[in-house]
Design a protein around this ligand. Structure first.
Ligand SMILES: C[C@@](CO)(OP(=O)(O)O)[C@H](O)COP(=O)(O)OP(=O)(O)OC[C@H]1O[C@@H](n2ccc(N)nc2=O)[C@H](O)[C@@H]1O
Ligand SMILES: Nc1ncnc2c1ncn2[C@@H]1O[C@H](COP(=O)(O)OP(=O)(O)O)[C@@H](O)[C@H]1O
Length: 287
């Protein structure tokens, strides 16, 4: 497709601690966020009006209406730039929807990047960050697209140590899980933020660092979608260094030290569970 394309990489919460709750109901988080080399693609091209078309393997699971986060991002950027929202947007959807890997947030971030270039808009970094946050708590981190320590509700971002070469297998049962529903179902106390060690030397060291942490939303997500427990068991096989849920689920990731081990695990899981969405990809180490 002609136009200007930006990739919207899948977000992976390597760990996710819930450290508190604000008065407005939003939760305070401490998360190491990475990105996998698989995602959606946003392509923008000049047009006299704002429009969106969608294709791709998971497009059928998406409502393409005025409320789509991609169109909301375009309108918000146009308003901030004081210009009409004129562009045709095309979304190639490959990530499952409502899946804990930030598909919508990554699409919104990619839209902001692509339209900034198409329209020649250069918002100040603080203004772009605020605009991203107004679209969703995960949009600012997706705008960075590199390993990031995320806190607050998602607005406080700090560079994380660059990651060693590592590969993930992402598995989703193609059952959408609502983020607010998972936060609502969460029980138990809050975690304390933990300091992050310096750069892990290799994937095994990264797995050891992550093993001391958790995803505090897993139990709540499993109570809503029990298949998540089955996925974690399926991922925990030879060569897998760590298996964990990402975000509010239901996607889980297995961490692998090399691409061959990840591809072999993905193929073996696909043979056992042909109805699941299963992909292997590299982790983006830094930019
Ligand atoms: C949980 C996380 C972890 O990275 O990822 P996902 O599972 O969505 O991928 C994110 O914080 C999700 O961010 P995002 O999906 O942008 O959330 P928003 O649209 O802003 O909020 C949706 C709803 O989730 C809850 N929410 C979200 C973020 C947060 N820090 N605390 C919350 O309690 C609130 O109920 C809110 O109304
Ligand atoms: N472009 C988009 N891609 C994915 N989901 C979208 C999009 N636009 C709106 N949504 C809605 O956003 C919600 C969250 O989806 P998504 O961002 O994929 O999941 P998560 O927040 O778990 O990472 C879903 O209810 C979905 O219908």
């Amino acid at each position: 497709m002609s136009g200007l394309s930006v990739e919207a990489w899948a977000k992976v919460n390597l760990y996710l601690h819930v450290t508190g709750r604000r008065d407005d109901g939003y939760h305070l988080l401490d998360s190491l966020v990475a990105f996998a080399g698989i995602g959606d693609t946003i392509t923008v091209s000049p047009s006299s009006a704002l429009s969106l078309t969608v294709d791709g393997p998971t497009a059928a699971r998406l409502d393409v209406d005025d409320d789509n986060i991609v169109l909301r991002a375009a309108r918000a950027l146009a308003q901030a730039a004081g210009r009409p929202p004129q562009a045709h947007l095309h979304l190639t959807k490959r990530l499952p929807v409502a899946a804990g890997i930030g598909g919508g947030s990554a699409d919104a971030a990619a839209t902001l990047r692509a339209l900034s270039r198409l329209w020649g808009v250069r918002l100040a970094p603080a203004a772009l960050h605020a605009l991203a946050l107004s679209l969703g708590a995960d949009v600012p981190v997706c705008l960075r697209g590199r390993p990031t320590r995320m806190s607050g509700i998602g607005e406080t971002l700090a560079d994380a140590p660059s990651l060693p070469p590592a590969w993930v297998v992402l598995v989703n049962p193609l059952i959408g899980l609502s983020t607010p529903a998972v936060f609502k179902a969460r029980q138990g106390c809050f975690s304390d933020p933990m300091p992050l060690e310096s750069r892990p030397a290799d994937a095994a060291a990264l797995a050891r660092m992550l093993a001391a942490r958790d995803n505090d939303l897993s139990a709540a997500a499993i109570s809503l979608v029990p298949e998540i427990a089955v996925i974690l068991t399926a991922l925990n096989r030879d060569g897998c260094l760590l298996a964990r849920m990402s975000g509010s689920g239901a996607t889980c990731f297995g961490l692998f030290p090399d691409p061959a081990a990840a591809a072999a695990a993905a193929a073996a899981i696909a043979a056992d569970y042909p109805a699941w969405w299963i992909k292997s990809a590299s982790l983006i180490s830094s930019t």
